[in-house]
Design a protein. Structure first.
Length: 268
């Protein structure tokens, strides 16, 4: 007769062989209120938790669960390495209708449309179900903004129309970091932007709050460099350039006359 300790292990070994260790009992009968997010999900420990996909969307994992009845398959793939890779396939251009997947222990990925919470258990405990959900809310601090401000930090993210009719986007705590073609001293951030608007070649500025130095550049776009002591701005073209019944900036002999949004800054 086998030792008592060996007999006690038999149910445990049986469960491992037949996949029971992957499942939770009982399974959910309604959508759980679980907001935990995991990056490398596994069953059963991450049952009901959220998985963030490559595009920033979220899927809920249901271990040992099949897709709901009545939904349509949009494709399948084999030799898929992980849950995350299966989700990436679902979100690829090849499967534009996919919003849910099954993934099994044999690395098969099934893709479906119009998926959702499922109450259909997997008979052989090999399949798991992941379906798209609304992103969970997260706390976020309120920005300090004052309408029409040209002083940081309240100017961050706002638009400013210069004295010469050119529209600039302002960002605090950043700089473009590109080679400047000119630099001088300006008393304020606003004066730096207005000065740029008088120079046809100028597309952006970096302004040092410490030295009042204004750096003029030709980089068109958002500043990539984090720099708490700097303010930056870049041109979006002439204010009113998108108005169908407007001639653009209407600046007379100023720089922005005749230049609309997206036009070149290469003229001198």
């Amino acid at each position: 007769m086998a030792p008592k300790s060996a007999l006690l292990l038999l149910p445990f070994v049986f469960n491992l062989v037949h996949g029971q260790s992957r499942c939770v009992s009982p399974l959910f009968t309604e959508e759980p209120d679980i907001k935990d997010v995991v990056t490398n999900p596994s069953c059963p420990g991450d049952y009901g938790k959220l998985v963030q996909a490559d595009d920033g969307g979220f899927f809920r994992l249901q271990c040992c669960t099949h897709q709901p009845s009545g939904i349509s398959s949009v494709g399948s793939a084999s030799n898929v390495a992980s849950y995350n890779e299966c989700l990436s396939l679902c979100l690829s251009d090849a499967y534009p209708l996919c919003d849910s997947v099954t993934y099994d222990i044999h690395k098969n990925c099934g893709m479906y449309q119009n998926g959702g919470f499922s109450t259909v258990p997997c008979g052989n405990t090999e399949h798991d179900w992941l379906y798209y959900i609304d992103p969970p809310p997260q706390p976020a601090p309120n920005d300090q903004t004052v309408l029409c401000s040209t002083e940081c930090p309240t100017a961050h993210g706002q638009k400013y129309v210069s004295e010469f009719g050119e529209l600039f986007h302002m960002e605090c705590g950043k700089r473009h970091g590109t080679v400047s073609f000119r630099e001088d001293t300006q008393p304020t951030y606003r004066d730096c932007i207005d000065s740029c608007a008088t120079i046809p070649k100028c597309a952006s500025v970096d302004y040092s709050n410490r030295t009042n130095t204004c750096y003029y550049g030709t980089h068109s776009g958002a500043p990539p460099v984090i720099a708490p002591g700097y303010y930056s701005a870049y041109s979006l073209g002439c204010a009113g350039a998108c108005d169908k019944d407007d001639d653009g900036c209407c600046c007379g002999q100023k720089k922005c006359r005749g230049r609309g949004a997206g036009d070149s800054h290469d003229e001198l």
